[in-house]
Design a protein around this ligand. Sequence first.
Ligand SMILES: NC(=O)c1ccc[n+]([C@@H]2O[C@H](COP(=O)([O-])OP(=O)(O)OC[C@H]3O[C@@H](n4cnc5c(N)ncnc54)[C@H](OP(=O)(O)O)[C@@H]3O)[C@@H](O)[C@H]2O)c1
Length: 271
Amino acid sequence: MAESNENVPAQKFPLENRVAIVTGSSRGIGKAIALHLASLGAKLIINYSSSNSTTLADDVVSQINSNKSMNNSAVSAVAVKADISDPDSVKSLFDAAESAFQSPVNILVNSAAVCDEKRPTIMNTDLNDFDLTFSVNTRGSFLCCKEAANRMIKRRGGGRIICVTSSASASFRAGNGAYTASKAAVEAMVKILAKELKGTGITANCVAPGPIATDMFFNGATEEKVKKVIDECPHGRLGQSEDVAPVVGFLAGDASEWVNGQIIRVNGGYI
Ligand SMILES: NC(=O)c1ccc[n+]([C@@H]2O[C@H](COP(=O)([O-])OP(=O)(O)OC[C@H]3O[C@@H](n4cnc5c(N)ncnc54)[C@H](OP(=O)(O)O)[C@@H]3O)[C@@H](O)[C@H]2O)c1
């Protein structure tokens, strides 16, 4: 049994001296996660893939680096453009993190993903859209998890691997089958990874949000669809990225050691 820590004061920066990569953190849920981890003291790699997002990623970096109350070290965030579906880019992403902070990566949060805004039925899903979805969401998660796990094992310091999946993989609603399947595959992989990491001090978990007010949710969504989602949620509102970030923050820290190989659904009771 763990020793009681009731007399130990809470640390202001529990992730101090930890390096975290958050993929897809130029906007949306990834951005909120990156800002939250920075507020806990982590040094951040802000990742994105398209040139259009460079300014957004740079803004996240500035937000972190200019807020000295968030973190007490000089440089706390760096932006790195890298397509997570490409193995060489993923290696470069981790190399860039290690060289920026002269320290190994302790935390991987894989939030980058794509979602076909047409939300088609399987019968109407274009093969190119299916391939893109699996390439970024599933292959990208696989490559990032593999790279993180191998590097963390080599360094023997433990670590935290967190993949952002989706509550869609538990609700099995009609439409968007390729996206849902791409996330279900990640959930299966992460559960197995957690077991394969036995004895390493590295945990692997998924955080599976329900509908969250980001570009991904609003792209292609009708007003009627948005209203339906709000009506179906017990809290009567859309989820916000800030509803997800603290759950990831907990999983990224030392206190979460006993949460391993799990899929944490963060959806306000929507599913
Ligand atoms: N929003 C929701 O309702 C919802 C619900 C359940 C689960 N989720 C999951 O939550 C996560 C974040 O979603 P979100 O709503 O924040 O999405 P978002 O607003 O569309 O942001 C997606 C992020 O991923 C990046 N990205 C996309 N493809 C990439 C690639 N190949 N390599 C690296 N980065 C890439 C994007 O940057 P670039 O544009 O530069 O590529 C952007 O930073 C995703 O895993 C999503 O599946 C979202």
